[in-house]
Design a binder for this molecule. Structure first.
Ligand SMILES: O=c1ccn([C@H]2C[C@H](O)[C@@H](CO)O2)c(=O)[nH]1
Ligand SMILES: [Zn+2]
Length: 143
């Protein structure tokens, strides 16, 4: 079994639990994420909005930042599942794609789902070809 015994469906169930905890007074659009770490444990994330709108954080970034803050190494994660009440499997926003591209391995699966049970899987690299990368920061620097 892949992913420490977890399946896409069970990770999406965990993401759906997190979805219920979303703080979304403005959009009323709940999103949940479940990030699987190297030890097979799940870190939940939900979207957390703000009256000033731009400080709002997506479910995917909440889960990733939470796991990093808990001491998990960047690019050590096995998978992330994301779910929303969308007609097709939910698709991460551009900001989250950029964060996923830095904090997850290029071949890490991103499992996208909706409440009807539709599932789509893409790798982190497929979600953001040409991402701005840490190596771009140092290009051309003398020391
Ligand atoms: O993949 C996504 C897409 C959107 N949102 C959030 C941002 C905002 O709070 C609400 C509406 O865009 O959904 C996520 O958390 N993840
Ligand atoms: Zn996002």
């Amino acid at each position: 079994m892949s992913w420490s015994g977890w399946t896409k469906e069970r990770l999406l169930e965990e993401a759906e639990k997190a979805m219920r905890r979303a703080y979304v007074p403005y959009s009323k659009f709940r999103v949940g994420a479940a990030l699987l770490d190297a030890e097979g444990r799940v870190h939940h994330g939900c979207n957390v909005e703000n009256a000033a709108y731009s400080p709002s954080n997506c479910a995917e970034r909440t889960a990733l930042f939470r796991a990093i803050a808990d001491g998990h190494a960047a690019r050590s994660f096995q998978a992330i599942a994301v779910i929303g009440d969308t007609p097709q499997p939910i698709t991460p926003c551009g900001v989250c794609r950029q964060v996923i591209s830095e904090l997850c391995a290029a071949d890490m699966p991103v499992i996208m789902g909706n409440l009807q049970g539709d599932i789509r899987v893409m790798t982190a690299a497929e979600l953001l070809p040409g991402a701005f990368a840490p190596s771009d920061l140092n290009y051309g620097k003398k020391d």
